[in-house]
Design a protein around this ligand. Structure first.
Ligand code: AHR
Length: 511
């Protein structure tokens, strides 16, 4: 059996984990809203039409913030269409996804859904087809207490209290040729800077996210980041990063290594932010909002055909990725990568939450179930709180053309000093066998293993479906031990692992 080792020390601190690292995203895309979170008449729905089975799964994931309403959708969206009496709301073409938007769900419904789900709202404004005016009006509608046209309209719409939305995205993927109202970095930088100024005049307490590049393959990356930040560094709190990875040519080794690209991406954007900070002699250190990340490849071709051959449907099944065991491993490594950068990545949104590119899947009128990727996200969100620790990994590697040598073991750890718990998250990327893991737990005196959870499957292509929702589920493994501060366990082939450690009380009894 091949062997790997880690050194874990509570003094190897990276940073405090912002709970919003486990955020998510709901866009008006496919069945994310209609048939996903909102389905009046569904057997589990409440009076507001919110699906109860979906709410339960979202609560299980403990998601602290959800970005809304897009995504590409937001760049063509008139927020005014989605508020007020439902029967008066217009039906529109959604040009981003070539569907018909009925506007039966909008800002106030989403804010109410967030309250029901126990999560916060991260709102995006339209800087594509619209601009400063629509953005400032939306901030006033949502956040101003009362006594102005927009705030009184909200009250007339049945929402007496301000929504108090703190985090706002200044548009979406504005560098992308697919985006409605695509802009150059200069054009976007100027517009976003003015929008930021005016939105903060309406509500100075809000925080803002500027659009970074849509991904690392964009021809303007990372010059885009520098130019945009030159315009608005002092006005924003975060810059966004987006990435989706895919399996190509059945090359699982390269697929699983793509978290290394994510790592490099974060390094690069941090460097650009710090360079602009130095240029501006600024005291402010900018943080990152990785507000779209996931695996996306299964549905891309069928989606293209659907949009080409059968456009303008209401809530068609677009971007419905049926995630495999292998996808869950890459999602696990992406979570590990986010934790590795918890000092600078303060918000991250798995894209998305329900049906479209999502950990939760539903049948309209039917059941809801957990996809494979639900589990690494659940474990990280539930247990990966507190401080992230820099784990020293020693591991055998395999070779790839794109990334060179790739370690079989990907691992990170977190510590919660109040709870006296430490968690090791580990992916065994090996396609050939289990990995024997040993760990030097220096400084973690008295910590013992309380649980070793494993997500694996004999078939890396295995997935959960409505008929077999538990085909891929975590199991508990009993092999992990800690003796004299040394951990020993086995990580099965192609597995996601969560090793939970807890300090055991010293037995003070003298008898
Ligand atoms: O999440 C799906 C889409 O991916 C979003 O609408 C867009 O921002 C990104 O390209």
């Amino acid at each position: 059996m091949q062997q790997a080792s880690i050194i874990l020390d509570p003094d190897f601190r990276i940073g405090e984990i912002d709970p919003r690292l486990y955020g998510s995203f709901i866009e008006h895309l496919g069945r994310a809203v209609y048939g996903g979170i909102f389905e009046p008449g569904h057997s589990t729905s409440n009076q507001q039409g919110f699906r109860g089975d979906v709410l339960d799964l979202v609560r299980e994931l403990d998601v602290p913030i959800v970005r809304y309403p897009g995504g590409n959708f937001v760049s063509g969206y008139n927020w005014e269409d989605g508020v007020g009496p439902r029967e008066e709301r217009p039906t529109r073409l959604d040009l981003a996804w070539k569907t018909t938007e009925m506007n039966q769900f909008g800002t106030n419904e989403f804010a109410a859904w967030c309250r029901a789900a126990g999560t916060g709202l991260m709102m995006a404004v339209n800087l594509g087809a619209r601009g400063i005016d629509a953005a400032r009006n939306l901030v006033e509608y949502c956040n101003h207490p009362a006594g102005t046209a927009w705030s009184d309209l909200r009250i007339a719409h049945g929402v007496a209290e301000p929504q108090a939305i703190k985090t706002w995205c200044l548009g979406n993927e504005m560098d992308g040729p697919w985006q409605i109202g695509q802009k150059t970095a200069h054009e976007y930088g100027r517009l976003a800077s003015e929008a930021a100024k005016v939105m903060k005049l309406v509500d100075p307490s809000i925080e803002l996210v500027a659009c970074g590049s849509s991904n690392t393959q964009m021809p303007t990356y990372p010059q885009w980041e520098e130019t945009v930040l030159d315009h608005l560094y002092e006005q924003v709190d975060y810059i966004s990063l987006h990435t989706y990875y895919r399996l190509e040519n059945d090359d699982l080794g390269t697929f699983l290594a793509q978290s290394m690209d994510m790592d490099e991406y974060i390094h690069t954007v941090v460097s650009v932010c710090d360079y602009v900070q130095l240029k501006k002699r600024s005291k402010k250190q900018l943080m990152l909002s990785f507000d779209e990340w996931n695996v996306w490849y299964h549905a891309r071709e069928t989606d293209k055909l659907l949009m080409r051959d059968d456009p303008w449907q209401e809530a068609p099944p677009i971007a419905e990725e049926h995630y495999s065991m292998a996808d869950a491993l890459l999602v696990g490594s992406m979570l590990i990568t986010l934790l590795r950068h918890a000092d600078r990545v303060k918000i991250a949104c798995v894209a998305q939450l329900v049906n479209a590119l999502a950990p939760i899947m539903t049948e309209t009128g039917g059941s809801a179930w957990r996809q494979t990727i639900f589990y690494p996200f659940l474990h990280a969100s539930r247990y990966g709180r507190g401080i992230s620790l820099n784990v020293k990994v020693t591991s055998p590697c395999y070779d790839t053309k794109e990334f060179g040598p790739v370690p079989l073991l990907d691992a990170m750890a977190t510590i919660d000093e109040d709870q006296q718990t430490a968690i090791i998250f580990a992916v065994n990327r090996s396609q050939t066998g289990a990995l024997e893991l040993t760990g030097d737990l220096r400084g973690l005196n008295g910590y013992q293993v309380i649980e070793h959870l494993v997500l694996d499957h004999a078939n890396p292509a295995a997935m959960n479906t409505a008929d077999a929702p538990d085909e891929v589920t975590p199991t508990k493994q009993n092999a992990a031990t800690v003796k004299s501060g040394h951990l020993a366990t086995v990580l099965p082939k192609l597995s996601w692992n969560v090793i939970r450690l807890q300090k055991t009380p010293v037995n003070l009894s003298l008898s």
